[in-house]
Design a protein around this ligand. Structure first.
Ligand code: HEC
Length: 187
């Protein structure tokens, strides 16, 4: 209400003791706000740079070979399944099928590769060869529904950053949620 607001403004002015100079708290708040705005701008600029461009290759286009994913399956069973489950559904570690969409949807494979290589196996990061890590990424991409292709995934950062983890292509109708007949005439 108009009346209420004018009362509140008058009280606040009075609280500042009539001085026109901003209080130290107000200055700090101002500096904080500017800092936030800068951080946001920086983040936005970084995002704009890293956002997959029109030339990004979706992982659904076949970015690894079937052999790579097979080798990755063996490495996974030996080094990862103990925490993520043999079926990748998660245990001590999070499920890897489907990979957390908030974190990995449309992320470049370079990020997944870098994360796994520098953090996994949990407790012994970097303990596998680069090739083994690539095989594991191929396996993870396959298990997340993407088909193999003719060319192997290679540990070239430019190439890996150009491949994004898109949604897997719809496979068979059996995986679609079944329609519930709610019209009695359909039964
Ligand atoms: C000792 C248990 C353990 C082992 C072994 C292990 N992980 Fe993990 N993993 C974890 C935990 C705990 C997390 C969650 C930590 C995080 O996301 O920072 C995790 C997270 C991950 C993630 C990210 C998941 C997400 O939801 O974002 C991936 C991918 C992954 N692990 C892959 C692997 C692979 C590949 C191997 C085998 C080389 C492996 N892990 C071995 C415990 C393990």
């Amino acid at each position: 209400m108009v009346h209420d607001r004018s009362v509140r403004i008058r009280t606040r002015r009075a609280g500042r003791g009539g001085s026109d100079r901003p209080s130290p708290a107000a200055l700090r708040l101002g500096a904080w706000a500017v800092g936030c705005a800068l951080a946001l701008l920086t983040a936005a600029a970084a995002w704009a740079q890293e956002a997959p461009g029109a030339d990004a290759t979706p992982a659904s286009h076949g970015v690894f070979t079937a052999e790579q994913a097979e080798r990755g399956a063996e490495t996974f069973a030996a080094s990862c399944a103990g925490c993520h489950g043999a079926d990748l559904s998660g245990d001590f570690g999070p499920r890897l099928v489907p990979l957390d969409p908030w974190r990995w949807s449309d992320a470049p494979l370079s990020e997944l590769y870098a994360f796994v290589r520098s953090n996994m196996p949990f407790g012994a990061p970097g303990s596998l060869s680069d090739e083994a890590y690539l095989d594991l990424i191929a396996f993870l991409v396959r298990e997340n529904g993407h088909p193999p292709g003719d060319a192997p995934l290679v540990a070239d950062s430019e190439f890996l950053s150009s491949v994004v983890l898109d949604d897997p292509p719809a496979t068979d109708a059996a995986e679609e949620p079944e329609e519930v007949p709610d019209d009695p005439n359909d039964r």
